[in-house]
Design a protein around this ligand. Structure first.
Ligand code: FES
Length: 128
């Protein structure tokens, strides 16, 4: 059996939503201390809905595939739904990851949470 599913290979070779959102109102950055990989997530949120989301990943293929899939799963969704996205759901949507690559999908979940946390902080600071 192939180590990586077709979906993982597809999202790794053709990642969706790569890049930067210049006027993002939510930005999150996380890293994994063990492997040294870093993921940055940008979101444009309006009326508590994620209108746009992009990412940059300085990491392995599984991290790229996970963040690509994760952004597809939260784009157009309410913030509350995105908050609930788990790395398990991302892994399942990718038809699985090898056990030693599960932490890469955790990075995607954490990057989304970190961006949403930033969004919440900004709103609090602006008194909204
Ligand atoms: Fe570090 Fe995949 S090996 S995120």
């Amino acid at each position: 059996m192939a180590l990586y599913s077709e979906k993982v290979m597809d999202h790794f070779l053709h990642p969706r939503n790569v890049g930067v959102i210049e006027d993002a109102n939510a930005v999150g950055e996380v890293g994994n201390a063990k492997c040294g990989d870093i993921m940055k997530m940008y979101m444009k949120i309006e009326n508590d809905t994620i209108c746009d989301v992009k990412f940059e990943t300085f990491g392995c293929g599984s991290a790229i595939a996970s963040s690509s899939m994760a952004t597809e799963m939260i784009k157009g969704k309410p913030v509350a739904d995105a908050m609930k996205l788990t790395n398990k759901a991302v892994t399942e949507a990718l038809d699985g990851l090898p056990a030693h690559k599960i932490h890469c999908s955790v990075l995607a979940e954490e990057a989304i949470r970190s961006a949403l946390e930033d969004y919440r902080r900004r709103r609090e600071n602006s008194g909204e």
